[in-house]
Design a protein around this ligand. Structure first.
Ligand code: HEM
Length: 123
């Protein structure tokens, strides 16, 4: 009886843990990754990059970062190339960006950045 109770609890815990840790490579429920563009149309990606990367003293002219991400031209070199891009490497491989001092990107923002990089960073 106790063993049965223990096993049931264990299965329940594992299942609930898996749900909470939606894989970054997965798209969290309710997260819209359709028709992602930089500035045309909804221009979702410009908003995401301005809010998380091209912030004061970071990826802006005169900032601490070597590259200015305030325009499409400025970020194209680092964002182009899908999984080989510096964006992908720094965001999803070595995870050096955003720096540890900055807030973490939520799962939906990560999913949108991943999708946009994979479809060739449409402007
Ligand atoms: C999610 C947003 C961000 C993305 C996608 C991003 C992307 C990158 C990339 C691709 C590089 C390599 C640049 C190169 O060598 O050409 C880089 C370097 C750098 N970034 Fe960011 N970054 C982000 C946020 C930030 C923020 C918020 C800061 C400032 C607090 C910052 C500061 C730096 C610095 C200082 C470097 C150069 C140091 C290094 O090479 O490690 N970045 N970033």
């Amino acid at each position: 009886m106790l063993l049965c109770l223990f096993l049931t609890t264990l299965i329940f815990l594992v299942n609930s843990c898996e749900d909470k840790q939606a894989l970054p490579s997965g798209i969290p429920p309710g997260c819209d990754t359709a028709s992602l563009t930089y500035s045309t149309g909804a221009g979702v990606m410009q908003q995401i990059i301005n809010a998380n990367c091209a912030t004061a003293n970071c990826h802006v002219a005169g900032g601490t970062a070597p590259t200015d991400f305030t325009s499409y031209t400025g970020l194209q070199r680092d964002a182009g190339g899908g999984t080989n891009s510096l964006f992908w490497q720094n965001l999803f491989v070595n995870r050096s960006m955003p720096p540890a001092s900055q807030p973490r990107l939520d799962l939906c923002t990560q999913a949108k950045l991943k999708q946009w990089l994979l479809i060739g960073i449409p402007q």
